[in-house]
Design a protein around this ligand. Structure first.
Ligand SMILES: *Cc1c(COP(=O)(O)O)cnc(C)c1O
Length: 351
């Protein structure tokens, strides 16, 4: 999460809502939900004003795909190599990694993968039947790869020109993590459909598919629904969490702390040659090593630091935006210890 564990405001909002109303189907009006909708629409990129509530990132991607197909009446989706969009059938179908895909073939047909960062390749595979282009502005699970400058703008131009909805999956990048409220703001490009989840619910399960009104309205009544999507307790948690993010301008903290964190890791890379590259934006940082990161992750866990991997060679840091400089120092010091240990171990084996 971006706000960290145990935030009093979120805890109290949840407690309060549990005492009032726990469940309320999205076909019925609910004031807690209405309040959240108003808040979210006030911060999303211009034109994105119709919301659909789900319970996870994968579901928000499912919704986006169904929506794009319904709106266009077409069937093919263009997705990116190294993409990650979740593990339900539709979301998995636009996910690149064969480790996740191959046990579950056949998936939804009509998906074409092109290299991330290459809009010319997107142009090449467009047909009369292309329903959507889906992309993460910063690829997370795939290894922390930031969109090259100009890329999202080119995708937007293609999307406008051919009337193909552009879907941004900001499930991981949304709500401040990258130094902007939404990562697409780094390039000033708004998609036609935006997928959010992870940090959205302040720790509670919440996914959001936000689309332009004319696109969302292509879904008829009952054509897509979710019983627990947008339930009042989740909405209360999300609303309080959003208040914290906006009140404390957490994206600004993510930018400042992210630069500090990246700076320290880059300096460490000068010392430890086993770090190949440090990359990312805000507090979404990857450090690519020259070998498998498994031992480092275990070593860090033993020292009390949870580091993720993405792929076999990349360490992924996604701390809450409230992280302090002292905590970043502690993490980098512990990482240095683990890396040096590993380097010596390798050296000893070579001798
Ligand atoms: C995590 C993630 C998903 C899937 O979200 P779940 O809530 O785990 O289903 C989809 N897209 C991106 C970019 C993600 O990082």
């Amino acid at each position: 999460s971006v706000i960290g564990h145990g935030n009093e405001k979120v805890i109290n909002a949840i407690k309060n809502q549990v005492g009032k109303l726990i469940a309320c189907h999205s076909s019925l009006y609910n004031d807690t939900r209405a309040e959240l909708i108003k808040k979210i629409v006030s911060i999303t990129p211009k034109g994105l004003d119709s919301l659909f509530f789900t319970n996870s990132g994968a579901e928000s991607v499912e919704t986006a795909i169904k929506l794009a197909r319904k709106y266009t009446g077409r069937k093919e989706i263009i997705a990116m190599m190294r993409s990650y969009h979740g593990k339900t059938f539709g979301a998995l179908s636009v996910t690149w990694n064969s480790k996740y895909r191959s046990p579950f073939l056949p998936l939804v047909p009509g998906v074409k993968f092109v290299p991330f960062g290459r809009s010319d390749k997107v142009r090449k595979v467009i047909t009369e039947d292309t329903a959507a282009i889906i992309v993460e502005p910063i690829q997370g699970e795939g290894g922390i790869f930031v969109s090259p400058d100009g890329y999202l703008k080119e995708l937007k131009e293609i999307s406008d020109e051919k009337n193909i909805p552009l879907i941004f999956d900001e499930v991981q990048t949304g709500f401040g993590r990258t130094g902007k409220l939404f990562a697409c703001e780094h390039w000033n490009i708004a998609p036609n459909i935006l997928c959010l989840a992870k940090a959205a619910g302040g720790g509670f399960p919440l996914g959001l598919t936000i689309a332009e009104k004319h696109i969302m309205s292509s879904l008829g009544i009952g054509e897509h629904s979710s019983t627990f999507g947008g339930n009042p307790v989740t909405c209360a948690a999300a609303s309080a969490s959003l208040d914290v993010i906006l009140g404390e301008k957490l994206w600004e903290k993510a930018e400042v702390s992210g630069n500090y964190f990246k700076g320290r890791l880059t300096k460490l890379a000068d010392k430890c040659k086993i770090i190949r590259e440090v990359r990312g934006l805000g507090l979404m940082i990857g450090a690519e090593l020259k070998f498998d990161v498994k031992d480092i992750i275990t070593g860090m866990l033993e020292k009390g630091v949870i580091v993720l991997s993405c792929g076999t060679h990349v360490l992924r840091f996604l701390p809450p935006c409230i992280i302090t400089t002292e905590q970043i120092d502690e993490i980098v010091d512990k990482l240095e210890f683990c890396l040096v240990e590993k380097e010596q171990e390798k050296y000893a084996v070579n001798e």
